[in-house]
Design a protein around this ligand. Structure first.
Ligand code: F6R
Length: 249
């Protein structure tokens, strides 16, 4: 895994956006896998800035989001649909038909998940997958467990994740307990993966990511099986990684 430690959140965003813009410039019809949460907000802001400066064109880009809360309609203020339009899509020239986000209200979960996988394949696979990481090591909503699911599926969120997500909801009882998420294999099928981690909260898990083996207790550890992963951290998230080396295995 390539490890890049930068000063702060702004530098994480700039580094990540350099990589995203390069991917789009090399392949204007590229397929991006996108994440939500607090971490990528600055990255989306920087992407919008580059778009407004005329440095990047999204007219041929296709996107697939990692996950969506189960039980929330697209129009819900806390849905990841709302998040993505608010933080990115409504500000850029992406075509609506090229945006793919899982439907949190589907009644046919298995069929919907299979169709999502098929759509990714039909688009030629994900060229660059952007990821955050949970404090417990989840990627997407693949939570630590005895077994991980390879493909897109309905996942029960861990207590820790529900607690972490509750900061976005006024009423604690409204925090979703389930999400539909890409599976670990779906994520690993991306050609390039860029994982972002910011803040002290993530220091422990980033240390574990590099210092433990591959284990379902830390779903992100499976990224070590991939040949092109870049982990971008700020000083705080990287404070426990005891190396200056750029290549970590
Ligand atoms: C979001 C997602 C999650 C988050 C993770 C970190 O689409 O898949 O895995 O990336 O929970 O969230 P933040 O960035 O809020 O700390």
């Amino acid at each position: 895994m390539q490890y890049i430690k930068v000063d702060n959140g702004t530098s994480i965003a700039q580094t990540a956006v350099d990589m995203i813009v390069q991917a789009i410039q090399q392949k204007p019809h590229c397929v991006l896998g996108l994440a939500t949460g607090s971490t990528p907000i600055a990255t989306y802001k920087e992407l919008i800035k580059r778009y407004e400066q005329g440095n990047v064109d999204f007219s041929q880009v296709t996107t697939f989001n990692l996950d969506e809360y189960y039980g929330l309609a697209a129009s819900h203020p806390q849905s990841y649909h709302t998040y993505m339009y608010h933080h990115l899509f409504k500000h850029i020239n992406i075509k609506k038909q090229n945006i793919h986000i899982l439907d949190g209200t589907t009644k046919q979960i298995e069929k919907h998940c299979e169709q999502y996988e098929n759509k990714i394949k039909a688009c030629g696979g994900i060229d660059l997958q952007l990821l955050g990481i949970g404090r417990n090591g989840h990627i997407g909503f693949n939570e630590p467990a005895e077994q991980l699911q390879p493909r897109t599926h309905l996942a029960r969120l861990s207590k820790e994740t529900v607690q972490a997500n509750s900061r976005f909801f006024t009423n604690k009882k409204d925090v979703p307990q389930y999400a539909i998420t890409m599976g670990v294999r779906t994520i690993l099928a991306a050609k390039k993966i860029v994982l972002l981690a910011e803040g002290h909260d993530k220091a422990e898990i980033i240390e574990k990511l590099f210092q433990t083996g591959i284990t379902t207790d830390i779903p992100a550890s499976f990224l070590r099986l991939h040949h092109d992963v870049t982990v971008i951290v700020d000083e705080r998230a990287g404070s426990k990684v005891n190396t200056a080396a750029k290549e970590l295995r």
